[in-house]
Design a protein. Sequence first.
Lengths: 409, 521
Amino acid sequence: MAGTRKEGDVTGTAGPAGDDVRSDLNVSVELASSGGIQVELTSKVEALYGDSIRQGASEVLRALGVEHARVAVDDKGALPFVVAARVEAAARRAGVQGAAPPPRSAPLGNPSPRDRLRRSRLYLPGSQPKLFINAGLHRPDAVILDLEDSVHPDEKDTARLLVRNALATIDFRGAERMVRINQLPLGLADLDEVAPQQPDLILIPKVERPEQVEEVHGHLATVRSESDGDRPVWLMPIIESALGVENAFAIASAADTVVALTIGLEDYTADLGVPRSAAGTESAYARARLVNAAHAAGVQAIDSVFSDVADMDGLLAWARASRALGFEGMGCIHPRQIQPIHMGFSPTPEELEKALRIVAAYEEAQSRGLGVVSLGTKMIDPPVVLRARRVVDQAKAAGLVAGEKGGDR
Amino acid sequence: MSGSGELVVNALGRRVPTVVNDAEQVPFQGVGKHHPEGRKHAPPVRSSQNYPPSGDKRVADLKTALEECGLADGMVISTHHHLRNGDQVALATLTAAAGLGAKDLMWFPSASFPCHEPVIDFMERGVVHHIEGSMNGPLGRYCSEGKMRGMGVLRSHGGRWQAVQDGEVKIDIAVIAAPTADAFGNADGSHGPSACGSLGFALADSIYADRVIVVTDHLVDFPCIPWQIQGNNVDYVVEVDSIGDPAQIVSGTTQVTRSPDRQLIAEYVARFIRDSGIMRDGFSFQAGAGGIALAFIGYLREMMREAGVKARFVRGGSTEHLVSLLQEGLTDYILDGQTFDLAGVASIGEDPRHVATSPFTSYNHHGKGNFATMVDAVVLGATEVDVDFNANVNTHSDGVLLHGIGGWQNCLFSPCSILAVPAFRDRIPVIVDEVATVTGPGELVDVVVTERGIAINPRRHDLLDAVGGSDLPIRPLAEIKEEVEAIVGGPPRKPRLTDRPVAVIKWVDGTVLDTVWQVQG
């Protein structure tokens, strides 16, 4: 896409500066009318990748239709996808229009199944790209590239490009690739940039009414209609207010691409005007209501985050209690929270063993044409069988059943 | 700089000089292939009647002591790094020597730290001719830029003992910083206001140097108990106000890494040691004070508890993390090479199961065996590892000399040497086609653990078999390298170096393993 230059704005700067910056860079682009593209580079990896950085910066600018510019780069070892995003952001701030998304280099996995495991979703602040690259190694069920609360209002434009480039170039190792957009209408502009890069799921923040979901659903259809075929982009509305809780069922039913409902407890408790407690008594109603609404609408109920990253025992207890309430997963704000959460949202060995016995008894009864299932001396009711099957299915998906590969998430 | 003779290609295919600082060199012959002969070096005969019968060897100051030792131009002066970045004795020694008008000294530290940057001034003024020892930070850069008059010689802790014992390096005057000492020269590191733990790095010098000076800021009445350095080897004792900055000698506490990626590496290392069967009752391991190594100790502790397994001994550098294993009964002993934090210093001073060792017991090539081969697993770092498992701890990827060897080479003799490294740092690949400098030959590196998988040296069929059934991410090293290159934007450009050697990397047996070349200005 060739860009055009607006009169007036000729200089743009993007990226963090300072001695404590690592794996990132600061870029200034000054548009000029002659002289070609001149890159002035200071880099801690100059000896190894200096040429590559200069070349990468020039390529992005040319893709944007810029022929003459003076570019100052202060690099602290940023990866190529970061260099490209920061250069593009600086050029756009200098008034250049158009976009220069990188070619896809990361494998685009299979489309995400509607009801896949969503036990853990790891938040990655959209303006901190150095956290992106290894996120998949920690084996979360999903990563969330966040454009909303973790990104300063002045950095929304750059974060959007970083997230776009990450979706195209980073292998998240099979984690579901989620993006949390901003509140509407800013969130629609986020979609314009990131939706063509095939995210698996969009989180919509601060949803209070079904119309907000419909708007995102409709906008996605227009952004994606050109080339993306049938690959689904699922929606997960985040309920963060008393009104949102009241409308939870309607929100969950607002579009057929909604696969889960989740809750943001910091904002919800702020809306109530009460402090958020460790025990969570103040949000008990909202969470229970959300679970019920989600199940009524046939979507997953996903819990909020546990904010004390040092308290692994507390986290496991919270996850177990959350699963007992009917939630199927929760957010993580640190990679070390992933394993306890997976443990908490998986059946215990005793639970699994019992479920396997019930299912086996059911299957045997079926094969013998018996209407009544019994295990030992106890008769097993149909809902018990149903629940046992669900436990076994979850365990298989989590790879907990011997002989069942089930995938690693 | 004096001539470096011709350059020859050694058994590892590296070009190395045949002459270093006027001394003939043996190029690296292969691991275990060099068999030096002859008798060990010995200091001059001394007689007790020439020392004060009172046992009081004190003199007024360092300058007087150096003068009494017969300081002369071109001498070899040694100091030690047990005070780490808090050391004030090395600079005080060179300052006193400069005050006596000495020129062209060879400084022979057991290691240098950032606090030793002013040695550059002594080299500029002609007081110091060159350094044989680790050169960190600014000193390494100074050497890499070709500004040192002689060639740098980097040796492992064990290699330093080897060089002193076989006479490759003849120390004229050893100056030993002592946190506690008596007037006879008995010295101890585990007590006193500047307590640091073990004085093991100074032990060889105390035995083999022509003259030995002990410098202390905590003089006690005879006898200084315990004595790690024997006064019978000491010529003079100097009392000073302070030998170092306690805050820089030991840290208040040592920090486990908070990086989730490095925690993942540490967890993989612990799982490898467990799943390969190395973790069993009576086993041993070594882990230092790096962030990954400390986190590894935490994970392994959980696994040892769970399995009900106890180690016979663990090797430091000790920290509160190893000390807690001892206190919990998860190990019988700590055999400690150096002591990094306050908990370590307190433990070595009070707990008889926490034992100070020296490079003689741990690493010395000329010993009749050493502990390094007897430690079941060691966890080490590296700046670079190549696809043949050769590893570099001395230079950065751009070829600049920035780190010493320490005990790293010696530790490779463990039956299971593990390099725990990130696959890349910022944009700099750690797993590469060819390392800038070889500090350790690949045949001795058994396992490389990264956040992107664990590579086992193909020579170690036994280890590959041992973890065959586990769910650890075992992968070929070349595959990890390719994955890294795809992330960082291709292989890095080769460092731009000149053809002029500025330092050599010695192997543990005294042969020349590799060369550090002057970087292009």
